[in-house]
Design a protein around this ligand. Structure first.
Ligand code: FAD
Length: 522
């Protein structure tokens, strides 16, 4: 893989669906450097199982997809963004198919699956439950055909290069601790989510909120960051990652059972197992709290479903669980909710422009307002695709002459010190634990205040390693989530406070906006 050059026309941080799609759009205008902090295959996109939503079937209409998205967003979606998502989505997907994406088919026709809160069958999937991996494969293959695109792996972006309040490029640190800066006409942050803020998460290790933290340090506005979606069903086994057990399993008829092996979801919602994600996640937490069992547990049960169908429809889930000695067709699967998706992020307009000049954002790190207070399942891949393309298209207009930045420096002293690494790790574990405890699925004013105080008390020294940068970024992102959650004195979508358990439309039917000065609602 090539090393990052000192200068280029456009920088894209991230090679998930949003970054790759933007890079393809940009390639016709100039040289594009795509940076990833680990391998190109290490992203949330690679893990997306269920699918990508689009009103493409004969029985569907974009108007219905629009309405379903608004309903899930609990009053807070930006209708303009949703309209763009559902109207441009089908064309972007046709393009993906033309570039070689192999979605699953019934005969020659595309096969559309159903997921909770979608009123029609509109979820395209690939290889059963490997949709994100297949889309990323096709996008990367397309990007490789475009000579203007250079993908540089293991180049960790630390901060934006700023001059007089404008973005002029980016600072990097490589695995050995060498630093470098790259100049460019404009930078797109497509750096994904921040699930690693939490002890339990479905997100891979790369999802440490770097984009949000970098943008905030550069004085960009951060919006709706209090809205974190917790997925109700992640595999819960000691020494196993919190592997996602897709909502589509419940769509196929899987049950949830408590420690006593009794189904409980109908006590919480008329749609039982197909209730919205936040309702299911809170119900599970409640069942665990009230259980009298010595080791309370909640299980996903597929044992009544046809084994052959499950193996065919969910091959990746089947084989992954089997690695941990669970045969999902015959055994109950222990599960727990886990942090899954960030609805908020760097505030952008419909072209991906942030409040800082020459800085763009797209995908999970951005907040277009498309998801409101809660994301409709399978809309996030689509958002990355549609708004990644839009951001790339808008950035083309930023092209100008670029001065080369300084060359690569040698590693700084102390960058690989064991003490510094273990301190960074300890800080990260502390942040994850306190975020899970007090800024998680069920929140209170006192818990949030306590979390903020504890976060503020963490003393981080100047980062000299990539892990120390991640600690710093998680710390920044954690404070942003906690402070925004404290400011929103109501419950809405994925944000639930026991001290303000209902909506307060008068004060809070608005987006939160966090700046270095304050958090306000607009
Ligand atoms: C387990 C799981 C299942 C999911 N299932 C679905 C689904 O079925 N349907 C759906 O629509 N959505 C799903 N989602 C959500 C969806 O996958 C993500 O929201 C989406 O893929 C995000 O894409 P992205 O391009 O914004 O970021 P990502 O795909 O996360 O890519 C981020 C990129 O940024 C790079 N990066 C990050 N920080 C830095 C840095 N400091 N320097 C350099 N590079 C950096 C990373 O290396 C990576 O290349 C799922 C998510 C998970 C975790």
């Amino acid at each position: 893989m090539p090393r990052a050059p000192a200068e280029t026309d456009f920088i894209v941080v991230g090679a998930g669906i949003a970054g790759l799609r933007a890079a393809i759009e940009l390639a016709s205008a100039g040289r594009v450097v795509v940076l990833t902090k680990r391998e190109v295959t290490d992203s949330n996109t690679q893990w997306a199982q269920g699918g990508i939503a689009a009103a493409l079937s004969d029985e569907d209409e974009v108007g219905l997809h629009f309405q379903d998205t608004l309903n899930a967003g609990d009053g807070l979606c930006n209708p303009e963004a949703v309209k763009i998502l559902v109207e441009e989505g089908p064309e972007r997907i046709e393009e993906l198919i033309a570039w070689g994406t192999q979605f699953d088919r019934d005969g020659t026709k595309l096969a559309f699956g159903r997921e909770g809160a979608h009123s029609r069958n509109r979820i395209l999937h690939a290889h059963g439950d490997s949709t994100g991996r297949e889309i990323a494969r096709a996008l990367y293959a397309k990007a490789r055909t475009l000579p203007n695109i250079t993908v540089c792996e293991f180049e960790f972006s630390t901060d934006l290069l700023l001059e007089a309040g404008q973005v002029r490029g980016i600072h990097l640190i490589d695995e050995a601790g060498s630093r470098q800066s790259i100049s460019a006409s404009a930078v797109l942050l497509a750096s994904g989510g921040l699930g690693q803020l939490y002890r339990n998460t479905t997100n891979p290790g790369v999802a440490t909120g770097d984009g949000v933290a970098m943008a905030f340090r550069a004085a960009a506005e951060i919006s709706d960051i209090e809205f974190i979606q917790f997925h109700p069903t992640a595999l819960y086994l000691q020494n196993a990652p919190r592997f996602l057990l897709s909502e589509a399993l419940r769509g196929e008829g899987a049950y949830l059972r408590n420690s006593e092996k009794i189904r409980f979801m109908s006590n919480y919602h008329e749609m039982a197992e197909l209730a919205p994600r936040d309702v299911v996640a809170r119900a599970i937490v409640h069942e665990l709290e009230v259980s009298r069992a010595h080791n309370p547990a909640v299980y996903l049960d597929l044992t009544h479903l046809e084994a052959a169908r499950i193996k065919e429809r969910f091959p990746r889930i089947y084989s992954t669980c089997l690695q941990y000695n669970i045969d999902i067709t015959t055994d109950l699967i222990p599960i727990h909710p886990a942090a899954h998706y960030s609805m908020g992020g760097i505030r952008t307009n419909m072209q991906g422009q942030t409040s800082v000049r020459q800085l763009y954002a797209a995908g999970e790190t951005a907040a277009t307002g498309v998801h409101g207070a809660n994301r409709l399942a399978s809309n996030s891949l689509l958002e990355g695709l549609v708004f990644g393309a839009r951001a790339g298209s808008a950035m083309r207009g930023e092209l100008r002459d670029v001065k080369s930045a300084a060359k690569r420096s040698i590693p700084q002293e102390g960058s690989s010190s064991d003490d510094a690494a273990s301190l960074a790790e300890a800080h990260i574990q502390e942040i994850k634990n306190l975020m899970w405890q007090d800024v998680g699925i069920i929140r209170t004013g006192s818990g949030l205040n306590q979390a903020i105080q504890k976060l503020e008390a963490i003393q981080l020294s100047t980062p000299r390693s990539r892990r120390a940068w991640e600690a710093r970024n998680l710390h920044t992102a954690g404070l942003l989530v906690a402070r925004s959650a404290l400011a929103r004195e109501e419950s809405r979508g994925a944000h639930y406070r026991t001290d303000f358990p209902t909506h307060n439309d008068n004060k809070f039917l608005k987006h939160s906006i966090a700046t270095a000065r304050d958090i306000h609602f607009a």
